[in-house]
Design a protein around this ligand. Structure first.
Ligand SMILES: [Fe+2]
Ligand SMILES: [Fe+2]
Length: 309
């Protein structure tokens, strides 16, 4: 991995000024978001009693997470993040190197995880491979869809968790009621801005989701990385990467008025993918070295040797 620039955590300053609590400050919370990524600080094993307390503590952590997320994910914030991270001037590395980077530092922050993060990625990929052996692009999508979580790493500005993980949703138009903890949007300044709070907001009927700004996180970041580095993955692969945490869309069926025909087609693949993302955390151990050559061949097929991040 080559780190190209030393980036100060530019956004941290702004967060501090606004006095917004961030989630990586060692609170005793455990958030399980988005199929297998454990936001650390509590050991999830060995909770043999007082499960009610643990559950309610966990709930409070999740609520606080979404409160912060919903207040801060504004149209302006997303625009700034896309501009900043769209430069792709932080790191140069291959897809596999990024898997290893994510593996190392997520394990560091959560020593109680019973298996390395890379195994979760490979479990998703291998489970898909078993059921859809001919869709190699979907296997690779399984492996890489969460790589954007490197935004939590110091070399990527060490973004707070509310700006990296969790459910995503469009900004620049009304927040749909199906979005988790919708009530917290009342404190989002965009809610009182007539340019952004109508059904269509800055968009138009059937404009296509790729024209729609999504709340900032690992999904949109990885989509940017893949696209700007000229991946040859089919559009369904990019669709999965960008919208895999967009539960209002794939679970509640919201925002259909912004979709175009291609989105409708791609959504079918996303729904397939999501079953594996959520339920692949099986106890089946993956022999990383054994499957690595297969995934390296897919990486070579669909990506350049080195990517700009
Ligand atoms: Fe995932
Ligand atoms: Fe994810």
């Amino acid at each position: 991995m080559t780190i190209l620039y030393e980036h100060p955590p530019a956004f941290g300053v702004e967060l501090e000024e606004k006095n917004i609590p961030v989630d990586h400050d060692g609170q005793e919370n455990e958030l399980v978001l988005d199929g297998g990524f454990i936001v650390p600080d509590a050991n999830s094993f060995g909770h043999t009693f007082r499960d009610y307390d643990i559950e309610s503590e966990r709930q409070k952590g999740v609520e606080e997470f979404y409160r912060t997320n919903h207040i801060n994910q504004t149209y302006g914030f997303v625009k700034r993040m896309r501009e900043e991270y769209g430069k792709l001037n932080r790191v140069e590395m291959s897809i596999w190197e990024c898997c290893e980077l994510l593996n190392e530092f997520i394990d560091e922050s959560d020593p109680d995880l019973d298996e390395p993060q890379i195994e979760h990625l490979l479990q998703t990929a291998e489970a898909i491979r078993k059921d859809y052996p001919d869709e190699d692009w979907l296997h690779l999508t399984g492996l890489i869809h969460d790589l954007g979580k490197v935004l939590l790493h110091p070399a990527f500005g060490e973004l707070p968790q509310w700006a990296v993980v969790g459910d995503t949703f469009p900004v620049g138009c009304a927040f749909d009621e199906s979005i988790v903890h919708h009530k917290y949007f009342t404190e989002n300044p965009d809610c009182n801005n007539s340019a952004y709070n109508s059904k269509y907001g800055v968009y138009s009927e059937g404009c296509g989701l790729d024209r729609v700004s999504m709340s900032w996180g690992h999904d949109d970041y990885m989509y940017l990385v893949a696209k700007e580095n000229k991946t040859t993955l089919p559009s369904a692969g990019l669709f999965i990467i960008r919208y895999h945490s967009f539960y209002a869309l794939h679970r509640a069926g919201a925002y259909r008025h912004l979709m175009n025909e291609e989105d409708v087609e791609n959504l079918k693949w996303l729904k397939i993918f999501n079953k594996y993302d959520l339920y692949s955390k099986s106890k089946v151990r993956i022999d990383v070295e054994k499957v690595k050559p297969y995934y390296l061949s897919l990486i070579e097929k669909y990506f350049p040797a080195k990517l700009r991040w």
